[in-house]
Design a protein around this ligand. Structure first.
Ligand SMILES: NC(=O)c1ccc[n+]([C@@H]2O[C@H](COP(=O)([O-])OP(=O)(O)OC[C@H]3O[C@@H](n4cnc5c(N)ncnc54)[C@H](OP(=O)(O)O)[C@@H]3O)[C@@H](O)[C@H]2O)c1
Length: 433
């Protein structure tokens, strides 16, 4: 029997694309890939922006700067998109799917914004759309949700899905660095961009939460905003308070059921008890913690970024797409569960940690405490530290409604004796919602 040949085009030869091509074009891997794919994989073209850049390992005959032509080629079985960005990438992917060409992408931003429509387009035309590398880099969490856990009722997904922020918070925890020094260290090591906004303000994590939730709970991937708080307000004193209290601060992406028909999706820093598996996720690593009704707790851990680790996830998708091509199978259609309604972040309850810089004068504590009381937020513990300009009050509340805590903060900000509001961080205590 002759081995089928599957033709693969790649758009992008940057960090991820070049690492993927190293794997696909390595002659010593050819037989193993052929066995795994049940076909011979022929890379037919690699589209880039700049043809003058040196690209060791990629034969120049494969290179083109006409990505549009590659995406609309009729002589292609699988298109790999590792260029990034929303446009013209979306147009390229639509063009391929509409011709029945399966697509593999690592593009979290595009999938979070357009995933359901793209998957439906592919399904309509008998093409697969795979995007494992869009969440958690090398961590195979999407495939696990899509296949192994397809029949499980997922209660909650909590992830450390942004390596940059986890690196910064780890530096703050382990080295006692302040936020700006930790960010500068992340930039020096190539973990953070010159403009770190997408990472530190939680936008990147929010895209990943949307993608995780779509597979865990059947929500649609369309242009949607979720509640998002980043880590730029976290100070060394907050990290130190957490440490003394038996917690570590992590930026969490959370998607969870609330009651029978509610769903909350959000990104925020949280104090995680040191004994929780997510507390042990250090540096730029990623992890996703899943609680299934029957399976109980499960966790995946690994490198969430980096060209080579991410390329392994892309390669896994390429092999899946190629095998499906050969067998004529297709992935299951995108499931949407219309019965779940979105629960606003304000309706959720949690224990909160809140720190305030205050004037060092009599009566401040009473004034502050009365604001908490007016908004029905009861105080579990309070710590007073520093003197003069450094005077600070740190509170841990009892379980309270987020909207009441927000109202408390708004009113505290108007007090003359409150110089500034520091971090407000949810405390994970087991019964969180
Ligand atoms: N890097 C990671 O650790 C990581 C992890 C998970 C997911 N991802 C995702 O993977 C994708 C690629 O990331 P990356 O880090 O590899 O990016 P990158 O290093 O910036 O590489 C992008 C590549 O795409 C090419 N490109 C960009 N726009 C193009 C266009 N319009 N037409 C043709 N080629 C185009 C660029 O060409 P030139 O070389 O000519 O500039 C470059 O080769 C993104 O969606 C990213 O979010 C990355």
């Amino acid at each position: 029997m002759t081995t089928p040949v599957i033709r693969v085009g790649v758009i992008g030869a940057g960090f991820v694309g070049s690492a993927l091509l190293d794997l696909l074009l390595d002659p010593s891997r050819r037989d193993a890939l052929e066995d795994a794919a049940t076909a011979s994989i022929e890379v037919v073209a690699v589209a880039v922006r700049d043809l003058t850049k040196l690209r060791p390992g990629i034969p120049s005959a494969l290179l083109t700067d006409d990505a549009a032509a590659l995406a609309s080629s009729t002589d292609l079985d699988v298109l790999v998109e590792v260029a990034g960005g929303l446009e013209p990438t979306r147009t390229y992917i639509e063009s391929a799917l509409a011709r029945g060409v399966s697509v593999v992408t690592a593009n979290k931003a595009l999938m979070a914004e357009r995933g359901t429509a793209l998957a439906r387009l592919g399904h309509q035309h008998g093409a697969d759309l795979f995007y494992e590398a869009a969440v958690g880099g090398a961590v195979p969490i999407l495939r696990a949700l899509r296949t192994s856990l397809a029949g499980e009722r997922i209660e909650r997904v909590m992830g450390i899905v942004n390596g940059t922020t986890n690196f910064i918070l780890t530096q703050m925890t382990e080295q006692g660095s302040d936020y700006h020094a930790a960010l500068a260290e992340a930039q020096a090591r190539g973990y953070a961009e010159a403009d770190p906004t997408a990472d530190v303000e939680g936008y990147d994590a929010a895209s990943k939460v949307l993608i995780l939730a779509s597979l865990a709970f059947g929500t649609e991937l369309r242009d949607e905003q979720i509640s998002r708080v980043g880590i730029s307000g976290i100070r060394a004193v907050d990290v130190e308070f957490a440490r003394r209290s038996g917690y570590v601060i992590k930026l969490l992406g959370v998607a969870e059921r609330v009651g029978e028909h509610g769903l909350s999706r959000r990104v925020h820093p949280a104090m995680v008890p040191v004994g929780h598996p997510l507390a042990a996720v250090h540096g730029a690593m990623n992890a996703v913690f899943v609680e299934g009704a029957v399976s109980g707790p499960l966790m995946w851990l690994g490198q969430g970024a980096g060209g080579a680790p991410t390329a392994t996830a892309v390669l896994g998708d390429v092999l899946d797409a190629v095998r499906n091509r050969v067998s004529g199978r297709h992935d299951v259609p995108f499931m949407v569960d219309d019965t779940l309604h979105r629960v606003p972040a304000g309706d959720l309850t949690s224990v909160f940690y809140l720190s305030l810089d205050v004037a060092d004068q009599p009566g401040v504590l009473a004034a502050v405490a009365s604001v908490f009381g007016r908004h029905r937020v009861s105080i579990q513990s309070m710590e007073q530290s520093g003197v003069g300009d450094e005077a600070r009050l740190s509170f841990v509340t009892h379980r309270a409604l987020t909207r009441d805590v927000d109202a408390t903060i708004d009113e505290l900000a108007t007090l003359e004796s409150v110089d500034s509001i520091g971090a407000c961080v949810r405390v994970i205590d087991g019964g969180d919602q």
